[in-house]
Design a protein around this ligand. Sequence first.
Ligand code: NAD
Length: 510
Amino acid sequence: MTLQTKIGSAAAEAAEVLERLGVAAPLWTGGDRPVRSPVTGEVVAHVHDASPAQVAKAIDAAHGAYLAWRNVPAPRRGELVRLFGQELRAAKADLARLVTLEAGKIVSEANGEVQEMIDICDYAVGLSRQLFGLTLATERPDHRMMETWRSLGVVGVISAFNFPVAVWSWNAALAFVCGDACVWKPSEKTPLTALAVQSLFERAAVLFGDAPKNLSAVVIGGREVGEALVDHPKVPLVSATGSTAMGRAVGPRLAARFARALLELGGNNAAIVAPTADLDLTLRGVAFAAMGTAGQRCTTLRRLFVHDSLYDAFLPRLKAAYGSVPVGDPRQEGTLVGPLIDAASRQGMEQALADAKAAGGRVTGGELVDVPGCPEAVYARPALVEMAVQADVVRRETFAPILYVMRYSDLAEAIRLQNDVPQGLSSSIFTNDVREAELFISERGSDCGIANVNIGPSGAEIGGAFGGEKETGGGREAGSDSWKAYMRRATNTVNYGRTLPLAQGVEFDV
Ligand code: NAD
């Protein structure tokens, strides 16, 4: 099949896949909001925005479902998540295809995104038998003090375009086993994948048998729909993934009503290439982390500090990789860099490159790539920018494939520069010197939520807690003890004696 034939088919392909995934045509046709595929630039659907009244109705219904769901034993709740995981396995290729069509990811990355959903389901199933509390020493005789974990309520999930389905699953799979319901506002750029996931969830609920209706809901729309979720009193936790600007708006609104915020915001991730680095491994690690997903991951590598002793050997190899990386239709075998999400993203990229040049940067790549048959899609060759200093443009997140490269001579100074940005998501060091590696992950090392050695900053596994510090928002999702965010902690003290000793020796005899 030629590139040309494939290019013409995004709308038709989306329609076929949506049908197979059980998404009824009225959900994605006839609405006011056009959905564009970044692969071809075509409008592939017209979805319906939820009105404020519809958002409120969805939350009320989810709250009703929650009141029933919390009474279901947690391992049984895990069974629903297990069934959902099976639906994902069966539909993996189709859902991944929709991720490609809607978010522009290359095939292997789109498959990886769905695999990540399957992985978190498996994790949550196990977790459903491990939601454990503690028994604590009490100072009073014949008393027992314990900590128990209870469900929370309706969890609001706001997600970004670049992980259109996985981020929801990190939240939802845990929330469901914790006894919560979920209302999801996907990115307005990627509503179709959300509708497909909801359809798969409903299939799993049918197999489960007696799951309460409306345990999971999708509300489509832009910022206003997100705000309606954020402001609703029956949503005790909102997990919001997106830009720092979004988090700045959402955080205070949640705080104003004392709701919980789990914020997963922008990153400006760095790697240090130290003198003993294995350069072959480093090249692969840097190339994937910086150019993968066309630079549109929160964990994308955006700043590279290369030791003086390696710089002249390493840079030409890295530049060669930038010059030869295949950019094009993400559906085609061999493509490693797909499209930017839209024209606004390209404008942001051009502005950053102009600012970098003005600050003395030397740019390699970054030009538009013409992919035949899709004049409205935006394809760009990733850009590598050699900078003498960490200028302002380097310190901000530009959500596009731009890697700023700087020299360093002293590791402490490189770590200082790596930490000298407002964001704190992910970081790496490439070294075979155990002292440098340990220093990097020590108290005096990286200040990020993720600090790696000899792998890039991008591509986290679900088993660890995911999230970052400073302007990245401080939230943690997925593995480790992240589940605690979706539950209410209660301290219970039980007196099984016949007297009433008060704590701290207080006397109060009436
Ligand atoms: P975005 O901030 O434009 O939108 C994210 C979501 O927030 C969308 O659903 C949007 O409709 C909603 N939203 C925007 N303003 C809102 C408001 N005031 N109230 C309620 N909802 C609002 O982000 P994007 O362009 O979709 O995604 C790219 C950004 O997301 C980058 O900054 C990237 O680093 C970040 N991101 C972070 C993580 C993470 O885990 N830290 C993961 C993915 C993406």
